[in-house]
Structure formats: C-alpha cells, structure tokens
Ligand binder design. Structure first.
Ligand code: ACO
Length: 367
C-alpha cells in the first residue's frame, strides 16, 4: 500500500469547477475569474451567485438574490432564545455551531442544498450580531432589508449604518474569503455530504473544522500578537523569541502557496486605506521582520503572510470584535461550503479513504 503524505499534502482527492489555487504564481480563481478582478468590483452577492450557479448574475438575478438573502435574515425564535441566554464568554464559533444546529431542528432538512445554503448565508451575520449585542446587554438590532449583505452585518453589530468605505471593505473581504478549493473545512463539508447527511449537518462539520487555529482560528491570534508586540521596535525581538521557543507565527505560511497569498496582498491594500496608520505600520514591520526570520529558519520553503494576517486589520477597522474574526470568516466561507456541497451531491460517491494499519497483530487473550 502507498503511504499517503502526512496531512494528505499534495493528494488530489476530487475534481472541482468552483475554484483553483495556483500556489506557485500566487493566484486564486473563482469559476474562471481572478479574485483580484472580483473583489471590490462586483458585490459579494454576485460572487455567491457565481460560486453557486457557475456564472455571474444578470442585473435581475442579482436583485432577486439580494432580495432572497434580505428576506431570510431573521432567525427562528428558538435560535433567538438560545442567543439571548448563551454564555457571554463563549467562543462565537461555538455559538454559530450550536445556532446552526438549533436552526436545523426548526427547518426542513429536505430543501434543495442551494436553498438551505442561501438561508444560512443570510442568517450567519444575524446570529453573530444578535449574540454580540446580547452578550453586551445591548438593545438588539433587527436586520434591514434595504442594506446589502456586508452593510447589514455592520449595521446589526453597531446599530448605526456603516461608513461606505467600511461596507465596501467588508464586502471585498467576504468575496476574498468565500472559497478556497479543498481547504480543511470545505473538505469536512464534502466528506459529511458524501454520506448524504443533511446540509445543516455538513455546514456544522465545516464550522467546527474552521474553528482550529491552524485553519480559520488564526486572525484573532494575529490581532493578539500585534497588541502584545505593541510597537515596531519590539517586533524583531518578540518574533525571534517566539520562533526560538518552537512556536508558530500566526498569519504566516500556507499549505498550498509558495509565495504571497493573493488575498493577503489585496487585504493589505484595503487595510492601508482604512486601518489606523500606526497599526498598519506595526503590521507592515511585523510582516517584514517575520518574513526574514522565517526565511532564515526555513530556507527550503517560502513562509509569507497568509489571508489571516491583514484580515485582522481589516476586520478590526470596520468594527468587528477580535473574538468574532473567525466567525465572520465563516459568514463568507458558508458560500463556498454551499457550492461544494452542491457539487458533491451532483456526482456523489461516499468519501472513505483507507489507513495503513501499523499496530500490533496476532495478540492472544490466553498468552
Ligand atoms: N511560523 C513558524 N514556523 C512555521 C509556520 C509559521 N507560521 N508555518 C510553518 N512553519 C514551519 C513549521 O514549524 C515546520 O517546521 P519543521 O519542519 O521544522 O517542523 C515547517 O514550517 C512546515 O510546517 P507544516 O505544519 O508542515 O506546514 P503546513 O503546510 O502543514 O502548514 C499552516 C500550513 C498550518 C498554515 C502553517 O503554515 C501554520 O501553522 N501557520 C500558522 C497558522 C496560520 O496562520 N493559519 C492560517 C492558515 S490560512 C487558512 O487556513 C485560512
């Protein structure tokens, strides 16, 4: 039997028409379009249509999708009851996981995958904003049907309509994070789907997988690192100490990219426009110093910033609390999970790889 590389590194397990990563060139393509063309130029809702249906929407189709998302923003009463009584110090990803599970109990599990994915895409920001305001004992803010997806999320979090620049920044962030081929959470969603479980269950599997710090859990840690370093002059020493202890620098490195993550490049330019200039200067210094330190330690592979590094600056600048960064990431990625669930169902076979047994054999109870 062939040994699979640890972590399935480099193993192709399926075909997909949804997105393509060119790790050498540092490119990410959604259904034929470079993300650099999409982010900021077409609304996130149009990108959702592209990923789900394989093409950009006509103006009427876009209007109809925006309306459907707006109509589905309210969450079931039992989810509201949970959000209002949930522990105030819970991880928002755990809140999301449980809220999706409760929502699934009160919804039909037999809807087409696209419909369930659309409902969850509409409801993720509501779940997060309602939980956030509830844990702070603030007046709950109902969703507004006249606002687009990104603006409505920021509005529900703060209670005031967002600045145009912030809404556009979050819209671009949502586009950039919407899909990324067979990342760990998407793979989890596809594995669950291959058993013909329901879409709620597959999305919960994905949310749980995204929670880990080696995947989606990094931006909060990036933000904490920047707070701890505090000023550019302290960066080099802090980073060296960290690496010498054998610890990882969050927001650096990627399984597929052998150059800069293209999403990081775009998020850096957004961060430059909207983040606090001092924070941006600190982050740029940390980036330059960390790259040098990691290059010296690992000359065999490029360890550049990944999507999480500048995400933390963008999300902070638009007003998202740092412990909600990963859950906000999930609000974008639910679009990709849905697209992959639809694709898996369109030509399904149970995903069931093998393992090479290396344990003892031939033991006997009598010897
Ligand atoms: N800091 C320090 N060293 C690192 C880092 C890092 N950020 N990333 C990789 N390395 C080192 C490892 O310590 C390892 O060194 P060793 O061989 O001496 O033990 C070597 O590079 C290879 O590491 P792997 O874990 O095998 O690389 P892999 O491709 O599996 O990991 C990953 C990719 C998990 C993203 C890794 O780079 C990492 O842990 N980064 C920090 C966490 C992070 O930013 N996660 C977000 C990823 S983006 C996303 O999922 C949306």
């Amino acid at each position: 039997m062939l040994h699979a590389p640890k972590g399935l590194d480099g193993i192709v397990v399926t075909t997909t028409q949804i997105s393509k990563i060119d790790g050498q060139a540092g490119k990410l393509i959604y259904r034929g379009y470079d993300i650099a063309q999409l982010a900021g130029n077409v609304p996130f809702e149009a990108v959702a249509h592209l990923l789900w249906r394989g093409r950009l929407p006509s103006p009427d189709e876009l209007k109809s999708l925006k309306n459907k998302l707006a109509e589905n923003r309210y969450v079931p009463n039992n989810v509201m009851a949970f959000l209002e009584t949930a522990p105030r110090d819970a991880n928002p990803l755990s809140i999301l996981r449980t809220a999706v599970s409760i929502a699934g109990l009160h919804s039909s599990e037999n809807l087409p995958a696209l419909e369930t994915g659309l409902i969850l895409t509409a409801q993720f920001p509501t779940i997060l904003a309602m939980y956030h305001r509830s844990r702070r004992r603030e007046r709950l803010v109902l969703p507004r049907g006249d606002l687009d997806h990104a603006s409505n999320y920021l509005y529900m979090l703060s209670g005031i309509p967002p600045k145009e620049a912030h809404a556009r920044a979050l819209d671009s962030y949502f586009t950039l994070l919407a899909d990324h081929s067979l990342n760990a959470s998407t793979f989890a969603a596809r594995v669950a789907t291959s058993t013909l479980t329901d879409v709620y269950s597959a999305i919960i599997a994905a949310v749980c997988t995204l929670k880990g710090p080696l995947h989606g859990g990094a931006p909060t840690e990036v933000w904490e690192m920047l707070q701890e370093i505090g000023e550019p002059l302290r960066a080099e020493r802090w980073l060296n100490e960290r690496v010498e202890k054998g610890e990882r620098i969050m927001g650096f490195g990627h399984r597929i990219y052998r150059t800069e993550d293209p999403r990081s490049r775009i998020l850096k330019s957004i961060a430059k426009q909207i983040a606090n200039p001092k924070t941006f200067e600190l982050a740029s210094t940390v980036e330059a110093k960390a790259r040098k330190i990691l290059q010296a330690r690992h000359p065999e592979r490029a360890l550049d910033t990944n999507v999480e590094f500048y995400s933390s600056l963008v999300l902070n600048a638009v007003g998202i609390p740092s412990d909600m960064f990963t859950a906000t990431f999930a609000s974008a990625r639910v679009v990709g999970w849905t697209a992959h669930i639809i694709e898996q169902l369109s030509d399904n076979r149970l995903i069931r790889p093998s393992a090479e047994y290396v344990g003892p054999e031939g033991l006997s109870l009598t010897s």
